[in-house]
Design a protein. Structure first.
Length: 752
């Protein structure tokens, strides 16, 4: 093949032989091409035909030499774009070959060879934008951490220091009893550090800082979630029920010992037959005025208290929710302090305690069942902030309405619906940190001739993880907003705050469940290994979606509160008020639904924060109006409100979802406005844009059905989500490092 003209065939010969299989079609195509080239001599044709003979394939050394010659040309001529360009250079710009470009290009097509794609086969080290993408630091990680921690930075730092100590090394025993005791010991250490009593008044040994208490709960969640729940049951549910529902006599008697863990206790609300429907609880507290006592009783097996944390092993007392019976009159559910064990952990007479046993997760928490067989407690053990019994033995309450009193009582316990979603958020942060750090180092595949590429460089992997990272940042700021609203609440705001807390509990915990599943899959087999902790995070947070209120039930409560815009009661909801609302809503949306707006796809528009918020607000209002109109129609047709709600339950979830998505986006945008560091602000803006557009993309079916967008716009949004993922990818590792999770807590080998 020293003949310059024949060298023009080298790239084609290499490509058809490089897979060691020259098929009949390729043989026939090359044979016909060579035979019909009149510029070739008979001897040259004979030589070329011998090179495509299936019965006598070229030696491996010959094929390797062909490749070497082509690679040399490419190294010396980086501007080469096609196979024929290589042929010309190998033939040293022979005029005959130069004039044959159309014939050679046709031959490439007939052989099914893609020129630009085939060139990468020749490159010794392929360079592509996918393989070139690398992790860098576009902002100062410490500054973003400060923004995330906010005013609670000091307590967060303290908790991280404590849980990084050697005594907090993870318990690896599969013996539930061993695990429970280790968690109990951890709780004692935290109590000794004055973390358990953080939310109690100072006069009872507390820190009187509920914001710090929630920060403690979230930060502990980077460690062990059984510890978090045990901590929350003891110092949150048990202690806060005394503080919220009791009065001075209860505070002085119990709070200091609860905060120091001298008095471990339980929060006994849920029964086997009744969980979400607290009004339906069947445990009774019958008052005896002559003896000044209550008799706490479980009327049948299905009325036993179930799934009660701290009950199976450690609890000495419990706040028990029971129906108050006075002279055979039922005064509804109230709360009572009931002893369970003595100081030596001996179960008291009339108390029967069972062990819930091995669970899907959280096996460091001693969940149990409790039954009461006519257990006598003194009158003073009634938590009497909202209801009491006077000296005449009569029921009294500063709140005359039974319904209002009941919901006021439950409203004081809304803190649990703030602690749980913040704990879930921390678990999501842990999972994303493990998955993103691993995918930055884990290499798979790559361009021909080049190195394998980090899997985080692949668009589909970015699509799997980065919108979830953006959503996690968004939820972070939204939960801080809910926390601040709760801490600074006024009485008139409580119904709204209760609905908001219930909704964010559902939104955050559902998000965590989905995120951890995606993180597990994104880590492949490594994510399935227990040493990498995603299994524990998944299993432990699984219950988060149903305790402190089943998420689906909570979302319906949120939807009902949103419908208050339309009526005082469904029976009074007149058509004119609905028409006025829809009209007002339509005035703000007409401009958004004109043909130009529904098809607008320029980058400035798609990334505009006002456009994002308007789209979320529009969807929220339309879904709310639609649900209200449907309910009105059903009720006017003669259906009972209860039945009408049952018919539209699926719409109720949509109402709540749209409301919460708007709140989350709004708070993310406000947090960005308050951010002073320009580099941190820049990356947060990109995350916010990704959250907004990925949610719009998720709901594109609704937007298309409603006519708010046309297909050309939803397609443009999909492309923009891809682009944002690509732009955020270099900062992805820095973004999870900003969570500042201690290495000892992260613990997953694949994260390091």
């Amino acid at each position: 093949m020293d003949n310059l003209k024949l060298k023009a065939f080298i790239p084609l010969l290499y490509l058809v032989w490089s897979d060691d299989l020259l098929n009949q079609k390729e043989v026939a195509t090359l044979h016909d091409f060579i035979v019909f080239q009149n510029w070739l001599t008979a001897e040259e044709k004979k030589l070329l035909l011998a090179k495509v003979a299936v019965s006598a394939p070229p030696a491996r050394e010959v094929v390797a030499d062909w490749k070497r010659q082509v690679e040399t040309i490419l190294q010396e001529n980086i501007s080469v774009k096609s196979i024929f360009d290589i042929s010309i250079l190998l033939a040293e710009n022979d005029k005959i070959i130069n004039d044959l470009r159309p014939a050679f290009v046709k031959l490439e097509n007939d052989l099914g060879i893609s020129g630009e794609e085939a060139i990468t086969d020749f490159k010794t080290v392929a360079k592509t934008f996918t393989s070139d993408c690398e992790t860098n630091h576009g902002f100062e990680i410490e500054k973003l951490t400060q923004i995330l921690d906010g005013k609670q930075a000091a307590i967060i730092k303290k908790v991280k220091s404590i849980i990084s100590r050697p005594e907090f090394a993870y318990e690896t025993s599969t013996d539930t009893a061993v695990y429970r005791e280790k968690v109990y010991v951890w709780c004692k250490i935290l109590a000794a550090e004055n973390l358990g009593n953080m939310g109690y008044p100072k006069q009872y040994g507390g820190g009187e800082n509920i914001a710090d208490y929630f920060a403690v709960m979230e930060t502990l969640s980077y460690h062990d979630l059984s510890l978090v729940i045990k901590f929350g049951v003891q110092f949150g549910l048990w202690g806060m029920s005394i503080q919220s529902l009791g009065t001075e006599k209860h505070y002085s008697k119990y709070l200091k010992d609860i905060g120091s863990l001298k008095l471990p206790g339980c929060f006994a609300m849920t029964e086997t037959n009744h969980g979400s429907n607290v009004k339906g609880l069947e445990t009774t507290a019958t008052y005896n005025h002559h003896k000044q006592t209550f008799t706490i009783h479980t009327p049948h097996e299905k009325a036993q208290k179930e799934y009660i944390g701290n009950a199976a092993v450690h609890g000495q007392m419990a706040t028990v929710f029971a129906k108050l019976i006075i002279s055979e009159t039922d005064y509804g559910v109230n709360a009572f302090i009931v002893p369970l064990r003595d100081a030596n952990s001996t179960i008291l007479e009339g108390i029967t305690i069972g062990d819930c046993g091995l669970k899907m997760g959280l096996n460091g928490v001693d969940n149990g069942t409790i039954r009461f067989d006519n257990v006598i407690i003194p009158k003073e053990n009634m938590l009497d902030r909202f209801a009491s019994i006077n000296e005449k033995g009569e029921f009294e309450s500063p709140i005359p309405s039974d319904n209002r009193r009941f919901f006021t009582m439950l409203g004081t316990l809304v803190g649990g619906r703030i602690g749980i979603p913040r704990s879930a958020l921390a678990a999501a942060k842990s999972g994303l940190t493990i998955a993103i750090k691993y995918s930055d180092k884990r290499r798979q595949f790559g361009p021909e001739g080049g190195s394998e590429v980090p899997i985080l460089n692949y668009r589909i992997h970015q699509r799997r993880l980065l919108p979830l990272l953006a959503k996690t940042y968004a939820i972070h700021f939204a939960l801080h907003y809910v926390t601040n609203r709760f801490i600074n609440k006024s009485e008139s705001e409580m119904p709204e705050i209760e609905g908001l807390a219930a909704g964010m509990k559902a939104y955050s915990t559902w998000s965590t469940t989905a995120i951890l599943q995606e993180c597990r899959e994104a880590c492949g087999g490594k994510g399935y290994l227990s040493e990498n902790r995603i299994d524990a995070l998944k299993n432990d947070t699984e219950i988060y979606t149903t305790f402190e209120g089943d998420n689906t039930v909570l979302m319906q409560l949120v939807a009902k509160s949103r419908l208050s815009e339309f009526r005082k009661s469904f029976g009074e909801m007149d058509a004119m008020r609905i028409i006025n609302y829809v009209y007002e809503n339509a005035k703000t949306s007409i401009s958004e639904k004109n043909p130009i707006a529904t098809r607008k796809t320029d980058e400035t528009h798609l990334l505009d924060e006002d456009y994002h918020l308007n789209a979320f607000q529009y969807r929220e209002k339309r879904i709310l109006a639609s649900a209200a109109k449907r309910l009105k129609k059903l009720i006017d047709s003669g259906l009972e409100p209860y039945d009408a709600f049952n018919v539209v339950q699926h719409q109720m979830i949509d109402v709540a979802q749209a409301y919460l998505e708007r709140i989350v986006l709004e708070q993310f945008q406000e947090a960005i406005q308050a951010t002073e560091d320009p580099k941190s602000k820049e990356i947060l803006v990109k995350l916010c844009q990704l959250y907004a557009l990925s949610q719009i993309e998720k709901n594109k079916g609704w937007y298309l059905e409603d006519g708010y967008m046309e297909a050309v716009k939803t397609k443009a949004i999909r492309k923009m989500v891809n682009q944002l993922c690509w732009e955020i990818r270099p900062d992805a590792v820095s973004l999870v490092k900003a969570f500042d999770i201690p290495d000892s807590c992260l613990a997953a080998p694949i994260a390091f």
